[in-house]
Design a protein around this ligand. Structure first.
Ligand code: PAD
Ligand code: ZN
Length: 342
């Protein structure tokens, strides 16, 4: 590549301060160093976690930052000794490859895919089948793999079981797909935004409810609906109150509650220990429990072989320049996944 070893100037969306919309800027992207890869991003989704970065949910993140972590692209150049694969706000050597207007810009999750070119540690990328449509399979980078894996790897949902999913965004809907694949017989979707219900039912929810339609706590509603509670509950919002509701709605004696949503950094989860003393399990799921570097190529070949299909999660496709509109659509609950194309 003619650009190898040189600084590349390209478009990127910089969040200058917590609470601000990303702003389109020209950034300089330095060449990759040892064990790093520079990638030309082709397509990137906007995940709820990116929206948390924009909103300032994570005080441990430094700004200005380039968010984005759910993407597909093409390797442009590699640094020396690329054979391998803390804070992911800087590269592992504690420096940044991005500058804008003379200022250092921070990385996010060692990916920063809201940039036409980005540099990542080799560990953060996975090689996938050349035949894969990048504008679709970018969702395997986070949302789909996270939700689907939370059901099949972390919870290990069993055939005939009952599941409740709190939060029907891109990740929650992927949990539903995982529960359906695992053979759950009853899948209850919970969201305050009823516009999410149609898609949830299309993807496998057998019923959907809104906590706002009841004058009692949603966990009581779920226990009444199921007898002793659901076999598996999943919190896919990122709120403490719904984490406790999800735990309390799992089945007395044997239920499993899986935390997937990311609450603001520094939050504390406090609940009556009787909830777990009475035999419920509480577990967390990060990126669906996969070792993504190995699992992602397999998931993508499953997609090409029509064994799983997250296409239905893509509600919008926009040119990268419209990233602020993409955030607005997610923030206002109008999109599931908006894929940005470069
Ligand atoms: P999203 O914003 O598309 O979906 C969140 C959904 O929750 C929306 O449909 C909301 O309407 C709904 N919601 C909000 N408040 C409530 C409430 N009080 N009661 C019921 N429903 C509510 O986000 P997403 O699906 O992209 O991500 C969901 C969470 O998962 C988010 O916190 C994100 O940071 C986290 C996440 N975790 C991992 C991981 O590895 N654990 C990976 C990716 C995303
Ligand atoms: Zn994500």
């Amino acid at each position: 590549m003619a650009t190898a070893g040189k600084v590349i100037k390209c478009r990127a969306a910089v969040i200058w301060e917590a609470g601000q919309m990303p702003s389109l800027e020209e950034v300089e992207v330095a060449p990759p160093r040892t064990h790093e890869v520079r990638v030309k991003i082709v397509a990137t989704g906007i995940c709820g976690t990116d929206n948390h970065v924009r909103a300032g949910f994570f005080p441990d993140i430094d700004y200005p930052v380039i968010a984005g972590h759910e993407a597909a692209g093409i390797v442009e150049s590699v640094g020396p000794e690329v054979t391998i694969c803390e804070s992911q706000n800087l590269m592992p050597d504690k420096t940044s490859r991005f500058t804008c207007k003379g200022k250092q810009v921070y990385h996010f999750l060692w990916t920063s895919t809201f940039s036409e070119y980005t540099v990542m540690p080799e560990a953060s990328i996975a090689k996938i089948d050349n035949a894969a449509p990048l504008e679709k399979v970018c969702l395997f980078g986070c949302g789909f793999s996270t939700g689907y894996g939370a059901a099949i790897n972390t919870a290990k949902v069993e055939p005939g079981s009952t599941c409740a999913i709190f939060g029907l965004g891109g990740v929650g809907l992927s949990v539903i797909m995982g529960c359906k694949t695992a053979g759950a017989s009853r899948i209850i979707g919970i969201d305050i935004n009823k516009e999410k219900f149609a898609k949830a039912k299309e993807l496998g929810a057998t019923e959907c409810i809104s906590p706002n339609d009841f004058n009692k706590p949603i966990e009581k509603v779920l226990v009444e609906m199921t007898g002793l509670g659901v076999d598996y509950s999943f919190e896919v919002i990122g709120r403490i109150d719904t984490e406790i509701a999800a735990l309390a709605s799992s089945r007395l004696g044997s239920g499993t509650c899986v935390l997937v949503g990311a609450p603001p950094s520094g939050s504390e989860l406090t609940f009556d220990p009787k909830l777990v003393l009475t035999g419920r399990k509480l577990i967390g799921s990060f990126l669906g429990g996969w070792k993504l570097k190995e699992a992602l190529p397999k998931l993508v070949s499953d997609y090409l072989n029509k064994k799983c299909n997250p296409d239905a999660l893509i509600s919008h496709t926009l040119p990268f320049e419209k990233i602020a509109e993409g955030f607005e659509l997610l923030h206002t609950g109008k999109s599931i996944r908006c894929v940005l194309l470069f």
